[in-house]
Design a protein around this ligand. Structure first.
Ligand code: TYM
Length: 326
């Protein structure tokens, strides 16, 4: 059975990009793979975040993931900082990756490259991500399109380590969905939907109530020619709406345009489909919020299971580089 690992930052309300690009696919992976999913709280420290907010959002992310359908009987769900091997392996990998490689990461450039005040952790972020993946000998890493470059770097680092010290790590591959891999901001469809850098009106949260979804979709930017057509370069706003409709209904988004004559009709269909897709998840989320101690128990069991795998991989890597066993 293939091993799958993926992660998500506890950066507040998760949005449609997180859902269609990643989380929804994780739910399917549980049935066909040995699946590990990680709430990456250490990654959230690369940008300014209030300590209480981080704690609350970490637990909240667990509730959202469980509500979305992750099942602790079928996958391992855990918090990154609960498994110390992530930080331990990161150092070994930081001594493998190069400055030049990290400088080329577009996410770093977008989020703060060039400023002297930028946190070192934002620069080395992709190395921690590589440790997350390599510790579990993951074959597949289901992510949205924006993580493609980080996965390439992970493969590069793993290959170099293996070459230098002997076969230690499994080389992972990214699994990027056909539909929903790049959900765009409804207000600025040339930019990806993002909690940290997107517009509030252009970002639809997984927990947004129906009225909020209708309002945001109604205000989504389209264009002035009034023709519903799939045209990513020429009509990014309309194409994004078609893509959301495809992701929410399971239909091919490139052919959906034929069913709609006007933008208003398309937007109505998009809101309706999103509300329907999110309703069960929102109901389960409310139940989980009422039993947070149950959620904490799930995370504790998850970190025990994750630690047993991660600590043995770390020891393998520590032995390989020549660290003396304690
Ligand atoms: P994060 O927390 O930004 O996003 C979590 C997942 O959601 C996907 N995603 C999107 N997909 C489609 N359209 C969008 N607009 C969109 N926005 C986000 C992301 O691709 C991701 O799959 N570095 C990672 C977290 C991470 C990780 C890992 C992932 C840390 N360690 C190990 C995989 C394996 C991140 O910041 O994702």
């Amino acid at each position: 059975m293939a091993r799958v690992l993926s992660g998500i930052q506890p950066s507040g309300d998760l949005h449609l990009g997180n859902y269609f690009g990643a989380v929804r696919n994780w739910v399917q992976d549980q049935d066909v793979a040995d699946a590990y999913f990680c709430i990456v709280d250490l990654h959230a420290l690369t940008l300014s975040i209030d300590p209480e907010v981080l704690r609350r959002q970490t637990l909240d992310a667990a509730c959202v993931l469980l509500a979305a359908g992750l099942d602790p009987q079928r996958c391992t769900l855990f918090v990154q900082s609960h498994v110390p091997a992530h930080q331990q392996l990161t150092w070994l990998l930081e001594c493998t990756a190069t400055m030049g490689e990290l400088r080329r990461m577009t996410q770093f450039k977008d989020k703060g490259g060039g400023q002297e005040s930028v946190r070192v952790g934002l620069f080395t972020y992709p190395v921690l991500m590589a440790a997350d993946i390599l510790l579990y000998d993951a074959d597949q890493v289901p992510v949205g399109d924006d993580q493609r470059q980080h996965l390439e770097l992970t493969r590069e680092i793993a290959g170099r380590f293996n070459h230098r010290y002997g076969e230690t790590f499994t080389i992972p591959s990214a699994t990027i969905p056909k539909v929903g891999a790049r959900v765009m901001d409804l207000q600025a469809p040339e930019r990806k939907m993002s909690k940290s850098s997107g517009s509030p009106l252009g970002t639809v949260g997984i927990m947004d109530p129906p009225a909020e979804i209708i309002r945001k979709v109604k205000k989504a930017v389209t264009d002035t020619d009034g023709i519903v057509a799939w045209d990513p370069a020429g009509k990014p706003g309309v194409t994004n709406l078609l893509s959301l409709l495809g992701a929410a209904t399971g239909q091919d988004p490139t052919t959906l345009a034929e069913d709609y004559q006007r933008y208003g009709d398309l937007k109505g269909a998009v809101s309706e489909a999103l509300i329907e897709a999110l309703a069960p998840l929102q109901a389960r989320y409310a139940e989980l919020q009422a039993d947070l101690s149950g959620v904490i128990d799930i995370l504790r069991a998850g970190s025990d299971q994750a630690s047993s795998v991660a600590s043995s991989t770390y020891l393998r890597a520590a032995d390989a580089v020549g660290l003396l066993r304690p």
